[in-house]
Design a protein around this ligand. Structure first.
Ligand SMILES: [Fe+2]
Ligand SMILES: [Fe+2]
Length: 309
C-alpha cells in the first residue's frame, strides 16, 4: 500500500503509482491483456509516462473506428494491443540504469517551448543535434544527460541529430517486445507495433517491404502497420500538436503525398485509412479525453471476446 512506502523515496512512490495507473488503464480497455503477466513491459510502460496516455488514446481511436477500418486477419483487441505497446521503447533501451532512464525521460518530454528539429543553413535543411535541443530548450542537468548518453549508449550529443535519437525508440520498442514475446505479445504484435515509424525509414523488425506478392506475410500485415502509423500521427497532431480534426487530416494527406518511397498502391492504402479517420471526427474527438480525467463509467462496457478469438 502506498502509505507504507518510505516518504523520502519520491521516485519509488511515483513509479508505484504510475504502475498502478497503467494497470487500471489497460484493464479499462478490456482487451484481455493482463499486463501484470508481463512485468518488464509493465515497468517500461509505466516509465513512458504521458506517452503511455497517448498510446491508450490510440487504442481507443482504433476501437472507435474499428468497423470502418475493415482490417482482415487480426482481432480488434490485438490491434488495440499493438497501439498500447507501440511506444514502449520510449522508456529507453532494454538494459538501462536509473540515470539513463532519467536522461531519456527528459529528452522525450515535450519541450517547454516549440522546437523545430531542423535548421536552414546555407540554403540546406540541417538536423539539429541533441546538444542543440538541450541548449535551445534550456534543459536542466544537460551536462549529466550528455555524460550518461556517452557512457551507456556511446552517443555523442554534439553529433547525433535529436530526430534520429527520438526515432531510436522504434528500435527499442522492437528489442523490448521481441525479448518479452509471450502470450498475447506474439510475432504479429511485435512486428506491427515496432513498424509504426516505417514512413521515417525505421524498420527494426526487418519487414521485407518490397516482398508484397499475394499471400506474403508482409502484405498480410501491411494495412495493420500502416493503420498504426496513421493513427500515431493523427494522435500526435491532435493530442499534442493541438490541431483540429480537419488540419490533422490535411497534415496526414500531405505526409503521404510528399513521401517519395511509396508506390501508388501504398499511397492508395494510406489514403483509404486517412479517409476512414476523416469521416470519423465525432468518434475520434471523444477518444481524445485523457483516461485519467474521464469518468470511469464512460469507459465501462461489456466484456469482449478473448484476444485469441
Ligand atoms: Fe513512436
Ligand atoms: Fe506514438
Amino acid at each position: 500500500m502506498l502509505e507504507f512506502l518510505p516518504v523520502r523515496n519520491v521516485e519509488a512512490s511515483e513509479a508505484h503509482l504510475q504502475r498502478r495507473r497503467v494497470k487500471e488503464s489497460v484493464d479499462r480497455l478490456n482487451i484481455g491483456f493482463r499486463v501484470e503477466r508481463h512485468p518488464e513491459l509493465w515497468s517500461a510502460l509505466a516509465e513512458t509516462g504521458e506517452h503511455f496516455d497517448d498510446a491508450v488514446c490510440m487504442a481507443r481511436e482504433i476501437d472507435a473506428v474499428w468497423d470502418k477500418l475493415e482490417l482482415k486477419g487480426i482481432s480488434r483487441e490485438k490491434m488495440m494491443l499493438c497501439a498500447l505497446l507501440h511506444d514502449v521503447g520510449k522508456a529507453g533501451p532494454e538494459k538501462r540504469s536509473t540515470e539513463l532512464h532519467r536522461a531519456i525521460k527528459q529528452l522525450f518530454a515535450p519541450p517547454r517551448k516549440p522546437f523545430n528539429p531542423f535548421r536552414q543553413q546555407n540554403g540546406r535543411t540541417v538536423p539539429k543535434t541533441i546538444r542543440d535541443f538541450m541548449e535551445e530548450t534550456e534543459m536542466r542537468g544537460a551536462f549529466e544527460v550528455e555524460a550518461v548518453l556517452e557512457k551507456e549508449l556511446k552517443i555523442k550529443s554534439d553529433a547525433k541529430p535529436i530526430i534520429d535519437f527520438w526515432r531510436d525508440h522504434a528500435d527499442w520498442t522492437y528489442d523490448l517486445l521481441s525479448h518479452h514475446r509471450e502470450g498475447e505479445v506474439d510475432d504479429d504484435v511485435v512486428t506491427i507495433a515496432s513498424t509504426h515509424h516505417v514512413l521515417e525509414g525505421r524498420n527494426p523488425a526487418h519487414v521485407p517491404l518490397d516482398d508484397i506478392h499475394p499471400g506474403s506475410k508482409v502484405l498480410e500485415l501491411m494495412d495493420k502497420y500502416q493503420t498504426l502509423a496513421m493513427i500515431d500521427k493523427y494522435q500526435a497532431f491532435r493530442g499534442r500538436g493541438g490541431l483540429d480534426h480537419e488540419k490533422a487530416i490535411e497534415a496526414l494527406r500531405r505526409i503521404i503525398e510528399a513521401n517519395k518511397t511509396l508506390d501508388t498502391v501504398a499511397k492508395q492504402e494510406y489514403g483509404r485509412i486517412i479517409d476512414v479517420l476523416a469521416s470519423s471526427e465525432e468518434e475520434l474527438t471523444e477518444t481524445l479525453v485523457r483516461p485519467e480525467i474521464t469518468e470511469p463509467t464512460v469507459l465501462q462496457r461489456a466484456p469482449r471476446r478473448s484476444m485469441a478469438a
